[in-house]
Design a protein around this ligand. Structure first.
Ligand code: G3P
Ligand code: CA
Length: 253
């Protein structure tokens, strides 16, 4: 997507499909990611956790209750148990039978087709998940600077510090919805290891955008579910908009 800045120049804004095009298909499923590709989003955003037996899977909540027909904690279920769940039916009959994707599957199916914004969800529950993720990216040679369309982010900032040590060339994002993370000092500290500062839109101000940019970071904001919020973020000059509705971001729509 493009937005016009104050000088009238076109500025690139990355359109990031939050958990895929999750307004239109069940979040964090192949259907939602395919829809994002079809809608010409620039990135898909995915949430990564780990099964009891050590497989990386793509699901948002730390339990399977809301988005599948099962119950229990993701980390207490084996990969086979997770794979047997229906992760689509809750969103509509036409999606019934969709499986929880594996991280491998998402990398293999989408890398090169669309950018991937990888969120480590609650990494404090999955000891060593940073190493697991680093290994997957290295195996595919996705840890090099030319592969700029892979970003790793988390609300767990220590985990992202660690990620930056493991994968120094992969862009790192700090997620927050707390204004205590927008002080000069906090932002300065983030800039020592992060490339993106990704706040919820409620704490975004023009001044924050300027501060983040002066520290050499980019800013991506979430979660856009209205045209009004999309317009606010386009106007304030963020670099990426994370949205359930990829069609709301393109100012030409
Ligand atoms: O990418 C930003 C956004 O995904 C963070 O919140 O809860 O949707 O993972 P959440
Ligand atoms: Ca997320």
């Amino acid at each position: 997507a493009f937005a016009t800045d104050t000088t009238g120049d076109l500025r690139k804004v990355d359109n990031v499909a939050h958990r895929g095009a999750s307004a239109y298909a069940p979040e964090n499923t192949i259907a939602a990611f395919d829809k994002a590709v079809e809608m010409k989003a620039d990135y898909i955003e995915i949430d990564v956790q780990r099964s009891k037996d050590g497989k990386l899977v793509v699901i948002h909540d730390t339990t399977v209750d809301r988005t599948t027909d099962g119950s229990g904690r993701v980390g207490n279920l084996t990969f086979e148990e997770l794979r047997n769940l229906d992760a689509g039916g809750w969103k509509g009959e036409q999606f019934a039978g969709a499986q929880i994707p594996t991280f491998d599957e998402v990398l293999d199916r989408y890398h090169g087709k669309i950018g991937i914004l990888i969120e480590l969800k609650a990494p404090e529950l999955y000891s060593g998940i940073e190493e697991n993720l680093a290994k997957k990216l290295k195996e595919r040679h996705l840890d090099k600077p030319q592969n700029a369309k892979i970003i790793v982010q988390s609300f767990n900032h220590n985990s992202m510090k660690k990620m930056n040590k493991l994968l120094p060339k992969v862009p790192i994002g700090v997620l927050t919805s707390s204004s205590t993370d927008t002080t000069e000092q906090a932002l300065q500290e983030f800039s020592t290891y992060a490339d993106y500062f990704n706040p919820s839109y409620g704490i975004v101000t023009p001044d924050l955008v300027n501060q983040v940019h002066s520290l050499g970071m980019k800013i991506g904001s979430w979660t856009v579910r209205s045209q009004e919020t999309a317009k606010f973020l386009l106007d304030v000059g963020v670099d990426a908009i994370i949205t359930d509705y990829p069609d709301y971001v393109d100012p030409r729509n």
